[in-house]
Design a protein around this ligand. Structure first.
Ligand code: AQP
Length: 333
């Protein structure tokens, strides 16, 4: 089986973008692959974070993976910082990655602007740590949202450079492919259909979080941005909110795009919004119920993460060793 690796940061609440763009695809494809899903807590400290909540946030994300349907029969769930090879490989890759490759990354440029003077080296280095995450497991596929595509391309460039400089004709590190599904790859903000839905948007009204209670979901959809046009259609660039809300409805109702286009062609917002509200609440309810069950059983959750750490470390340490050998480190003592 091919191997899949992906992760989410324990920063803030998971929203429909994280779920529809990434986690839903992990769940749908998991029986075809040998999967590793990590909670990337080392990435979470690349922007200012709260040390009092990091550990609990990490467990919450792991519980959400399980609640969304990650099945331990096909998948391993672990915490990035529990496997020290991630930090070690990131350092080794740092030393062969040109600075200007990182300075060109769109996510760095966007987030660095927000940080101003306080931008840390870790934020610049974020994609190298992500490359280490992927390469340690020899991952074939990385299911992510559209915003991460550039980071996977960078990972491929790092692999080529490493193998060329140190492989002596062998493939030491394996090149991964992104796995990005067309629908849901870029879920947009509820308050501005031209911006992606994001954890760091200061307005909570801009996103639906997976753990939002029904009345909050209702309020957010009631207040979300629309337009004055009657008749709802996909794909009109002048109506980004309309395209986004129809896509959310399509994905959460499990219908085809054609069926939704036909159903909503004559609808006004007054009719559509309650339909979307009802669909979102019904779609998220089983995830929320399962989440509460799991988070109240910390012993179980910890045992899942302990097993995950062991399985992940066994594979990661082999790749780290191979990489150090290729670089010529003294390994005999
Ligand atoms: N709006 C989105 N649409 C589709 N996919 C998305 N992803 C994130 N936002 C959207 C995907 O979610 C996964 C987790 O990414 P992450 O842990 O890097 O998430 P993040 O960066 O903390 O979350 P945000 O909301 O993207 O935060 P901001 O914008 O505040 O930094 C990834 O696969 C990502 O593609």
């Amino acid at each position: 089986k091919q191997r899949v690796l992906s992760g989410v940061q324990p920063t803030g609440n998971l929203h429909l973008g994280n779920y529809l763009g990434a986690i839903r695809n992990w769940v749908e494809g998991q029986s075809q692959y040998d999967n590793f899903f990590c909670v990337v807590d080392l990435h979470a400290i690349t922007v200012p974070h709260n040390p009092k909540t990091l550990a609990a946030d990490t467990l919450n994300i792991a519980a959400l993976y399980l609640a969304c349907g990650i099945d331990l029969e096909h998948s391993t769930i672990f915490v990035q910082s529990h496997v020290s090879a991630h930090s070690e490989l990131a350092w080794l890759l740092n030393c062969i990655t040109p600075l200007n490759w990182l300075q060109d990354m769109i996510q760095f440029k966007e987030k660095a602007v927000k940080q101003g003077q306080n931008v840390g080296v870790g934020l610049l280095d974020y994609p190298v740590l992500m490359a280490a995450d992927i390469l340690l497991y020899n991952a074939d596929k990385v299911p992510v949202g559209e915003d991460q595509k550039q980071h996977i391309e960078l990972t491929r460039d790092i692999v080529d450079r490493f193998n060329h400089q140190f492989g002596q004709g062998q493939v030491v590190l394996k090149s991964p492919d992104p796995l990005i599904l067309a629908a849901g790859a870029r879920v947009m903000s509820l308050t501005d259909g031209t911006k992606k839905m994001s954890k760091s948007d200061p307005s909570d009204l801009s996103r639906i979080n997976l753990l939002d209670p029904p009345d909050l979901i209702q309020t957010k959809i009631k207040k979300c941005k629309t337009d004055p046009v009657k008749g709802l259609i996909f794909g009109d660039p002048a109506r980004p909110e309309c395209n986004n809300l129809l896509t959310l409805y399509q994905l959460m109702s499990g219908q085809t795009k054609e069926a939704v286009a036909a159903e909503c062609a004559e609808m006004g917002w007054g009719q559509f919004k309650p339909l979307l509200t009802e669909t979102a609440i019904a779609h998220l309810k089983p995830i929320q119920d399962k989440y509460h069950e799991i988070i109240n059983d910390q012993g179980y959750l910890e045992s899942v993460l302990r097993d995950g750490k062991e399985k992940a470390a066994a594979i990661a340490n082999q790749t780290l060793l191979k990489t150090k050998q290729a670089l010529g480190f003294s390994l005999s003592l």
